[in-house]
Write a protein that binds this ligand. Structure first.
Ligand code: G6P
Length: 369
C-alpha cells in the first residue's frame, strides 16, 4: 500500500498532487488547439439536437453535487440555459418538471452511487435524455446514460474526493463551452480566450501545490477549535461549500459555508472572538460586497483567512492572513480556489492525528440508499 501511495503519506495527498495531470488529461483531446474551441467527439447526439435543450437539471451527491453548483453558474452564464442543481436523494422522489427540451446531467465519480443511479433511471423512464459525467468506464452510470463525458482523473482511492472534483469542474467547463458554441451564445473570440486560459490552469494548480506552507500553518492553528466558517459570494460560495464538506469529512471540525451576504440573517450570531473564518473574495463583480461582510465578521472578533487574487493586495488590510490565487478569468477561479481548501482539510486532519483516507462513518462510494 505504501508503494501505491507513491511516496505520499496518504492517498488523499497523492491525489491532491495529481490534479494538474488529472485536469490536463480531462481537457486532453477535447480542445482543438488550432481553432481554440472545444470538441466533444464522444457525444452521440447531433449539435442540432444539443442546441434544442433549453433547461438542464444537474443531479449528483456530495462533492460531485458541489461540482454541479459550479457547473450551473458556468452553463447559465455562457449559454443562458437555466440550470437547476439537485441532490440525488431528493430529486429521485420529486415530481420534476420535464419538457421534451430538458436535459439531465448526472455527475458521479464512481458511477455507482445508488441515489444518483436511481435519479438517472427515473429520468430515463420519463424519456429524458441523460448525460453522465463520470470517472469510471464501465460503471453503471456510464452504461445506462445516453451520453457520457468521462473525467480522466485516474482511480481515486481516498474517501474525500479531490482530483475527481477538479476534473468534473473541467468537464463542465468543456460542456458549457461546447453548448455555447452550438447555441452561438459566445462569440468565437470569447471561446478562444476562455480556452487559452483553461490551458494554463494545470500549471497554475501545480504552482499552488508547490507552496502549501501557509495553509498548513493555518490548519495547525485550528487544532483546538470546534467550529469554522467559510464565506463567499457567487462562485466563491459554491467552492466554499466544497471546502466546508472536505473539512467536515476528514477533520470532524464542525463547519458551515455561508453566502457572505446571508450571514446577517442568522449565522452572524455564531461569530465571536477568535472564531476562524475563511473568506473567499476572488470574484471582481461582487468583491466590495464580500469585503464589507468580512468587515462585519472581523468586528465581532473573527480570525479571518482571506483568499484573494494575485495582484489584489487590498484585502490584506481587512483580514488577518491572505492566500493569493494565481490570476485567471473569474469564471475559472473555482478550480484554483479549491486547492488550498483541500489542503486545509488535509492538514487539519493530520494535525488532529486522524486517518485522512478513511474517515469515520463514511464510504468512498455509497451503493445502498
Ligand atoms: C460519497 C463519497 C463522496 C462523494 C459522494 C458521491 O459520499 O464519500 O466523496 O462525493 O459519495 O460519489 P460519486 O461517486 O457519485 O461522485
Amino acid at each position: 500500500v505504501q508503494a501505491e501511495k507513491g511516496g505520499y503519506d496518504s492517498f488523499m495527498l497523492k491525489e491532491i498532487y495529481e490534479q494538474p495531470q488529472a485536469v490536463r488529461d480531462t481537457m486532453g483531446a477535447r480542445i482543438d488547439r488550432e481553432n481554440k474551441r472545444v470538441i466533444l467527439p464522444e457525444l452521440k447526439m447531433s449539435d442540432a439536437e444539443l442546441a434544442t435543450y433549453d433547461r438542464i437539471y444537474i443531479v449528483a451527491c456530495g462533492t460531485s453535487m458541489h461540482a454541479g453548483l459550479v457547473g450551473k453558474d458556468i452553463i447559465e452564464k455562457w449559454t443562458r440555459v437555466p440550470v437547476e442543481v439537485a441532490v440525488a436523494s431528493e430529486f429521485r422522489y420529486r415530481d420534476p418538471i420535464y419538457t421534451d427540451k430538458t436535459l439531465m446531467i448526472v455527475i458521479s465519480q464512481s458511477g455507482e452511487t445508488a441515489d444518483t443511479l436511481a435519479a438517472l433511471r427515473e429520468a430515463k423512464k420519463s424519456n429524458v435524455k441523460v448525460l453522465a459525467i463520470t470517472n469510471v468506464v464501465g460503471s453503471s452510470v456510464a452504461r445506462e446514460a445516453d451520453e457520457v463525458i468521462f473525467t480522466w482523473a485516474g482511480p481515486e482511492v481516498a474517501v474525500a474526493s479531490t482530483k475527481a472534483y477538479t476534473s468534473q469542474v473541467v468537464a463542465l467547463y468543456l460542456f458549457g463551452l461546447y453548448l455555447a458554441q452550438v447555441k452561438g451564445t459566445l462569440a468565437a473570440a470569447e471561446v478562444a480566450t476562455i480556452v487559452e486560459h483553461l490551458e494554463t490552469i494545470p500549471g497554475k494548480i501545480a504552482s499552488m501545490l508547490e507552496d502549501a506552507e501557509q495553509v498548513r500553518r493555518f490548519a495547525e492553528s485550528t487544532k483546538g477549535i470546534n467550529s469554522l466558517f467559510f464565506i463567499g459570494r457567487g462562485l466563491d460560495y459554491a467552492v466554499s461549500l466544497e471546502g466546508s464538506l472536505k473539512l467536515k469529512e476528514i477533520s470532524y471540525i464542525h463547519s458551515e459555508a455561508y453566502p457572505a451576504g446571508e450571514l446577517k440573517h442568522g449565522t452572524l450570531a455564531l461569530i465571536e472572538d477568535n472564531v476562524p473564518v475563511v473568506a473567499l473574495a476572488t470574484q471582481p463583480d461582487i468583491y466590495e460586497k464580500t469585503v464589507s461582510n468580512i468587515v462585519e465578521v472581523k468586528a465581532r472578533g473573527a480570525h479571518v483567512l482571506g483568499f484573494a487574487t494575485e495582484g489584489d493586495y487590498d484585502l490584506a488590510k481587512t483580514v488577518d492572513e491572505v492566500i493569493y490565487m494565481p490570476a485567471t478569468l473569474p469564471m475559472l477561479t473555482p478550480i484554483l480556489t479549491v486547492i488550498p481548501l483541500q489542503l486545509l482539510a488535509y492538514y487539519a486532519s493530520v494535525a488532529r492525528g486522524l486517518d485522512v483516507d478513511k474517515p469515520r462513518n463514511l464510504a468512498k462510494s455509497v451503493t445502498v440508499e
